[in-house]
Design a binder for this molecule. Structure first.
Ligand code: SF4
Length: 335
């Protein structure tokens, strides 16, 4: 779709729905809410994001491109949040269970469904109420927010008739580091508390150790601390993935480095440069560590949704290589 057309379709209203400190919320007149995604990384998936933009403002977030696409400055991603206010009604009218059989519905693939806007607009909850009426779907929801435990009642209802699980995203137990990297997300303690409430209620859940950040969260000690905590709070699985830096994320990530760990800046420029990924050798090393730790804590449940990211098969091929054939090689470089 042409950019101008897309922008017009969004019916961006000049007056914000609400303003809070430095954040503005706008109505977004979406026409559809389920988006087909049949890429190499998310084969046969359908994604659902009730909000565009994300107040959590993670330094590594690649979804910033969605704001650039609207010709808004990248920094507006966490300050101007677009609310798809009609989403629950659209889902109710358009949800075709037969068409979704054999596919996976990923809620929160690009923005967090429990970001602060959800406390006010309740869109995620109302969408879940629609899913609670159907049967036979495969659905997951991913978040960094402790607000997720608010909807345990609906998770149980959905899970009675569908394959449903909650992914809690957590990359470190270091609260100060996360405050700098993922500024407005819930603390590690609050996320783990939510995970515990969810799993104790009987809802399948696990931890996404994504992204693993070179030189900041990739030590054996850090990886093990997260995986151990995941096990202790009832997680059934952990999935890991090394940081990739698309152009949409590079600016905010390098600003984060300059602000917090300037000594790493040149190292990152050397390693990522114009590339998206670290070297194959580094990825193999990290994913092998994660695999070993998952086995140690009995968290190695397989999952079609995330398995591709973790594959280091017997030939040593990495999924990312097969997925993105155009990237320049990182031969000879090591993180
Ligand atoms: S929580 Fe997810 S969507 Fe929101 S800023 Fe962080 S990485 Fe991006």
């Amino acid at each position: 779709m042409e950019q101008a057309t897309l922008f017009q379709e969004m019916s961006l209203k000049p007056e914000p729905l609400r303003e809070k400190n430095d954040v503005q919320y706008f109505h977004l007149a979406a026409k559809t809410i389920l988006n087909s995604c049949n890429t190499c990384r998310m084969p046969n998936a359908v994604t659902l994001n009730p909000y565009r933009g994300c107040e959590f403002g993670c330094a590594y977030c690649y979804a910033r491109y969605t704001h650039e696409f609207m010709e808004l400055p990248w920094g507006d991603f966490e300050r101007r949040i677009f609310v798809k206010t009609a989403a629950p009604g659209i889902l109710l009218r358009t949800l075709d269970v037969e068409k979704l059989r054999g596919k996976h519905v990923a809620i929160g693939s690009a923005t967090d469904p429990y970001q602060p806007a959800e406390s006010r607009f309740h869109l995620t909850r109302r969408l879940l109420e629609v899913f609670a009426q159907v049967r036979g779907l495969s659905i997951s929801l991913t978040t960094k927010s402790a607000l997720v435990k608010r909807d345990i009642d609906l998770f149980l209802k959905i899970g009675e008739r569908n394959d449903f699980r909650v992914n809690v995203s957590l990359i470190s137990l270091n609260a100060a580091l996360l405050r700098a990297l993922e500024p407005k997300s819930s603390t590690p303690e609050a996320r783990l508390g939510a995970l515990k409430s969810i799993t104790e209620a009987g809802v399948p859940a696990g931890v996404l150790l994504m992204p693993i950040i070179p030189a900041l969260t990739d030590s054996e000690r850090t990886l093990e601390s997260v995986i151990r905590a995941a096990a202790a709070h009832g997680a059934q699985y952990v999935h890991g993935r090394v940081l990739f830096l698309k152009d949409s994320a590079k600016r905010s990530f390098y600003e984060f480095l300059k602000r917090t760990t300037p000594h790493l800046h040149s190292r990152y420029s050397r390693i990522y440069g114009k590339r998206i990924y670290t070297s194959d050798e580094y990825q193999r090393e990290i994913l092998s560590k994660v695999k070993r730790l998952k086995e140690k804590y009995n968290l190695n449940q397989r999952d079609k949704e995330f398995e591709p990211y973790e594959v280091v098969d017997h030939t040593g091929n990495l999924f990312e290589n097969q997925c993105d054939r155009t990237r320049p090689t990182a031969a000879g470089e090591k993180m």
